[in-house]
Structure formats: C-alpha cells, structure tokens
Design a protein around this ligand. Sequence first.
Ligand SMILES: Nc1nc2c(ncn2[C@@H]2O[C@H](COP(=O)(O)OP(=O)(O)O)[C@@H](O)[C@H]2O)c(=O)[nH]1
Ligand SMILES: [Mg+2]
Length: 228
Amino acid sequence: MAGPAVIVIIAIGGVIMLGAAAFFVLKKWEKIKLFFKGKRIAILGPEGCGKTTLYDIIHKGKLNIPDQKIMGIRLKKGNILYMDELKVYIKEGVDIPGDDRNLNEWQKIVMESDIVLYLFNSKLVYDNNENYINRIYNDMRIFNSWKKEKKNTTVVLLVGTFADHIKGMEEKNEAKSIIKIIHDNINDAINQGDIDHNNLIIGSLIDEENSKNLVLAIIKLLYKKNRQ
Ligand SMILES: Nc1nc2c(ncn2[C@@H]2O[C@H](COP(=O)(O)OP(=O)(O)O)[C@@H](O)[C@H]2O)c(=O)[nH]1
Ligand SMILES: [Mg+2]
C-alpha cells in the first residue's frame, strides 16, 4: 500500500501548494517573528483531533525546508525554521468534551488568547457525521456568545486534520472539490461562530512532511490576515 501523501493544504480562498507556503514563510520569517512575538495561542478541539501533536510542533518543532525550486526561485539548501523563535505563548491543546463540562475553563482560555486554533477531524466532517458537525456548531456558537459578550477580538482558525484519511486529497483538483464539501458541511458552524470563511485550513498531521505544510499554512494565513 502506498503511503499517504497529502500534498495539498488548502485554505478557502486559495490552494496553498506544497512549497508555496514554505517559500512565503522563509522569505518573511523576520517579519513573521515580529508578528507572532508574545501572541497567546490556544489549541482546542474534540479529543483525538491532533492537538497534542500540533502543540509539540509549534512549541519546539524544527521545520526543515528542503532545497527546492519554487516559482522559478531556488531556495537555499538547509533552511531550518525553529518554531521556538516565534516566541508565542502556546497552551497545550485542551480537549473540549462536547458537553457543558468545564465551560468556565474554556471561556477563560478562549478569552485570554489572541489566536485559537480549533482543530477538528476533517474526515468526519467530509463524511457528514451529524453528531460531530453539531458539536463543532455548538462550540462555535458558544465561542461567539463569549466574544460578543466581552467585545473580544480573539481570532479563531478552523484547522481540519486527518485529510490523509480522505481518498483523493493527494490530487489537486479532487482536493478542491473535497474541501468544498467540507466547507459546505460546516458552513453553518462557521456562520454561527461569526468566523471569516477564509479561516479554514485542511491538512494532515500524519507525518513530518504533512505536519510541516500544515503549520506553514497556518503561519502564512495568520500573518497575511494581519497584513490586510
Ligand atoms: N492519520 C492521522 N493521524 C493523526 C492526525 N493528527 C493526529 N493524528 C494521530 O491521532 C492521535 C491523537 O492525536 P493527539 O495529538 O494526541 O490528539 P489530541 O487528543 O487532540 O491531543 C495520535 O496517534 C496522532 O498521531 C492526522 O492528521 N492524521
Ligand atoms: Mg492531547
């Protein structure tokens, strides 16, 4: 069996191809560091969606960007991005249990963060799993009610993981229609959370290569958003 290769990480609003996000982040690394310095990031989401895995990468990860030619420009060999240079305060992913337990704790975490990375299993959303989608909807509804109440400006990014479990994601055009289905399936949740429709990234944490691309896509999206 061929190993999983999810080579496209897609953000609504644009396909972030393998390499393109790496190129962007490498080029802007100094500015990106300035942007992220001191930011408080929380990783939340249902159990098993990859929070601890992502935390480990952002907390202490090293992203090795291999020698490659992108858009006609050859990157230098041996570029390593050290994630701890971002100097973010990152809260290890906390499981949101899907019921009303610990609501005060979630509220505190959401309200005290500049950025919330809300992870979810994109395969379950793609399969239109009603319970799972309702649950995301509910979480977004609650987040939004807190945000409104406190006039809070926390940015919520929806990060779908487990794209490697979806057949067809390794092919660019097919991946585009898959992402559209995922987007449609959580459209109500996005609206309920009053979340920017561009704040949706789908990828995988199955291996180093995929994780790297997902993290780069997250960094690129957050940085670009800030520049708008
Ligand atoms: N195939 C696949 N496995 C993943 C992905 N993300 C996380 N995992 C695995 O799922 C399990 C749960 O991940 P973990 O980070 O502990 O999830 P948490 O409960 O949200 O902290 C671990 O065995 C991970 O290696 C993914 O995108 N694809
Ligand atoms: Mg965990």
